[in-house]
Design a binder for this molecule. Structure first.
Ligand code: F0G
Length: 465
């Protein structure tokens, strides 16, 4: 019998969850317009919508909360936070913000305006960053490596950026048209895949050659560093702490959502190595988020993040984290669910095009699968496909490479038996896949790039239990 990875912690506080009867779940789904973002958390049995802000804090973080200094300016908690960012990440200048997308908005639009440039190439943009760039009149471009497009291929660093495509783009458009280059670590959109140290260095070289800033989205920096440790033998004997510092040493500017590898429930920051840019951004942070020593957060949040950043590089924690997600993914694979290989760092991604081939792309297979998984089992996951990423060009719809159901695993929150329940539920749903119907849009918001969060949907055919 395969042994699930053993948790390196014990649970001292619990939050009861319950599974509603199936008829109730259908009712709730109708009330939520078939968009799982619109469900109530109370009606969900196991919530794998996101790993963002949904993790459990340690006893040390809860204790740190009590130490929060709530002064408007110069709070003790701010200095602890700044010191943790410098110690763990080696980033000199830091500005706190309320969460990652505020960092994206302030940093990305400042760089776009400063360089008067619109194009932003990335290994692959994630939804909020992409939406920020689009709504500022920019052009986000995805340049993943070719192997990332093969969901079955086992390659160690499928999160990498295609550096020859990047060079070609710069030569074609001109370096002055590129606002910045973005590396998302790990690459969330295409399977939570890590970026290799060699790729980071190669992208840095290009950014220096053409004098284009390199921005790193470091939401999942510790998971990326752990993958480098276990998949690149040159790093086997280095500590995750050392790998993190080396990885980030190649970046010019950074955005972070502390809701992921900050092990906190809220928070984020902008980091930079440039004093000049820091000063420019500081004014915007004061105006848009809050004074530069709290940035929209309470002092206690800064305490929790400072402690979380130190805990997240603990290798016992990371070993369990990565192995738990792998165990979950491999179990699904054994049960015949088509998962993206290799299994990612924070989530298991199911290839919806293969899982529900009878649903055409214009009926949002990934989102349909998410809705029917909730109906089947009370489990919430998220669709990452055409609803989120399709775009229109010259009146034609361009579909993203993938149609994925992402089952994100919150940190230190669910046990292996809960994840087994999810894997078995999804496998049994796929055994009767003809019951899964496509979805159509009934209403969508006007803001670009946020359709999947807010759209009201409906099944294209009658649903029977
Ligand atoms: N960058 C990446 C790679 C992300 O995954 C996220 C959020 C953000 C930026 C924005 O951070 O949520 O704090 O504003 N991702 C979450 C997810 C929501 O479900 O993957 P935020």
């Amino acid at each position: 019998m395969k042994m699930p990875p053993v948790e390196p912690y014990r649970i001292r506080m619990v939050e009861p969850v319950r599974l509603l009867p199936k008829e109730e779940r259908l009712k709730r789904l109708n009330e939520a317009s078939w968009n799982v973002f619109r469900l109530r958390s109370e009606d969900i049995f196991i919530d794998l919508l996101t790993d963002s802000g949904t993790g459990a804090m340690s006893i040390y973080q809860w204790a740190a909360l009590m130490m929060g200094d709530e002064a408007y300016a110069g709070a003790r908690s701010w200095f602890k936070f700044e010191e943790a960012v410098r110690d763990v990440l080696g980033i000199e200048y830091v500005l706190p913000v309320h969460q990652g997308r505020a960092a994206e908005r302030i940093l990305y639009t400042t760089l776009m305006d400063k360089r008067n440039a619109k194009i932003v190439p990335a290994n692959t943009h994630f939804d909020t960053g992409r939406a920020v760039i689009l709504n500022h009149g920019g052009k986000p471009l995805d340049l993943p490596v070719p192997e990332a497009k093969n969901p079955k291929l086992e390659a160690p660093f499928k999160g990498d950026m295609d550096t020859s495509a990047l060079k070609k783009l710069i030569e074609k458009e001109g370096a002055d048209k590129i606002a910045f280059i973005l590396l998302v670590l790990t690459n969330n959109t295409i399977g939570g895949q890590p970026v290799s140290m060699d790729n980071i260095k190669a992208v840095k070289e290009i950014s220096e050659e053409y004098n284009i800033p390199l921005v790193m989205d470091i939401c999942r920096f510790a998971e990326n560093a752990y993958f480098i440790k276990i998949r690149d033998e040159r790093y086997r004997n280095k500590s995750v702490g050392e790998i993190v510092k080396e990885m980030l040493s190649y970046g010019d500017h950074f955005i972070m959502s502390a809701k992921k590898d900050g092990l906190a429930n809220i928070g984020g920051f902008i980091g930079t190595r440039s004093r000049e840019l820091y000063e420019e951004l500081a004014g915007r942070v004061v105006l848009e988020e809050g004074f530069i020593t709290y940035g929209g957060l309470a002092g206690r949040d800064l305490e929790a993040i400072a402690q979380g950043l130190r805990e997240v590089v603990d290798e016992d924690y990371l070993k369990h984290r990565i192995e738990q997600v792998k165990y979950f993914g491999e179990l699904m694979e054994e049960l015949g669910v088509p998962v993206i290989k290799p299994i990612g760092g924070h989530a298991v991604y199911v290839d919806a095009l293969e899982a529900v081939p009878h649903i055409p792309r214009e009926q949002f297979p990934a989102d349909a699968l998410a809705a029917f998984l909730y109906l089947e089992s009370g489990v919430r996951a998220v669709g990452l496909g055409a609803l989120a990423f399709a775009r229109e060009e010259n009146g034609k719809i361009i579909y993203p490479d993938f149609e994925l159901l992402r089952l994100a695993v919150p940190r230190r929150t669910y046990t292996s038996s809960q994840l087994e329940y999810v894997a078995r539920s999804l496998a049994s749903l796929l055994e009767k896949k003809e019951k899964i119907k496509g979805l159509k849009i009934v209403w969508e918001p006007k803001v670009k790039g946020v359709r999947h969060f807010l759209a009201k949907l409906a099944p294209v055919e009658k649903v029977s239990l």
